[in-house]
Write a protein that binds this ligand. Structure first.
Ligand code: ACM
Length: 269
């Protein structure tokens, strides 16, 4: 399986241009699954609900997803991309897995970061796993990386590849945690981070690039510089992520002791 990501700087509000940029960066490149950044059609720094009303789109009927499905049909590839979702009068920071056949999986960011909390509603549905040519693929978004539960649940649901559309702003953080998420769950992880800067309000945000593809043992299979706009691909053998053995006597899934983890969900009493 060939998995890849596109790292670029979306221009705020310029959906058609951003989709054209994605197509340009993908031209001549082949992968089964591409991961694109968080909010990659609209840009990141919303400053009002009015902007969301203008730019957010319904899933899956929105224009941007129609265009992405057409690209999937033309190329035969699957895409995980982040976008601003409108669901009636509620807005979500969402990501979808879309392929030639249409929408495969739909996620609404559970852990909202910083000023996203002013504009978006927190996700209201489980972390999803969808199939790409028979390979289970999980979706999480950016700041979800700080919550090991997100990646763990996806891995326990059978995901062999974690996809992670991101707009990371704290230098080095998500790139490090995603290597850990990959190795503690023995899965592949693809982080598509954006680059560039948005200064639509204070504080201005600089996005950290360094998109990466990580193996189930935490090795970098591909990575990008801090500011380049580019697409990269790695060839992976997804079944390697079915092997959870750390030593001949340690299976990282079977060794779990959920009966001692109740405080995690019930709260410490
Ligand atoms: C983030 O969740 N965009 C850092």
């Amino acid at each position: 399986m060939r998995v890849g990501y596109v790292q670029f700087a979306p221009e705020f509000g310029e959906k058609a241009e951003n989709l054209a940029k994605i197509e340009k960066l993908l031209a001549g490149k082949k992968a089964d699954l591409w991961v694109l950044p968080e909010l990659c059609t609209t840009g990141y720094q919303f400053t009002s609900k009015t902007e969301l009303e203008e730019l957010a789109e319904p899933v899956p009927e929105g224009e941007s997803l129609k265009r992405m499905q057409k690209l999937a049909q033309e190329s035969g590839a699957y895409f995980v991309l982040g976008l601003a979702e409108r669901a009636g009068s509620v807005f979500y920071n969402s990501a979808v897995l879309i392929g030639p056949e249409g929408l495969v999986a739909h996620y609404r960011k559970v852990h909202l970061f910083f000023r996203e909390k002013l504009w978006f509603a927190p996700g209201d549905r489980p972390f999803p796993v969808g199939q790409v040519r028979g390979v289970p693929v999980g979706i999480m978004i950016c700041y979800d990386h700080m919550f090991p539960e997100a990646a763990r649940i996806l891995a326990l649901k059978g995901a062999l590849v974690l996809t992670h559309p991101a707009n990371l702003v704290i230098p080095g953080l998500g790139q490090l945690t995603m290597r850990v998420r990959a190795l503690e769950n023995r899965v592949f992880a693809v982080t598509a981070n954006r680059v560039g800067r948005e200064a639509r309000e204070e504080p201005a945000l600089t996005f950290t690039g360094l998109s990466q593809i990580v193996s189930p043992t935490g090795e970098l299979l591909a990575s990008s510089p801090e500011s380049a706009e580019e697409a990269r691909v790695a060839e992976i053998e997804p079944t390697k992520a079915q092997d959870k053995m750390l030593t001949p006597l340690n299976d990282l899934v079977q060794d779990r002791r959920p009966e001692f983890y109740q405080d995690l969900v019930e709260g410490v009493k």
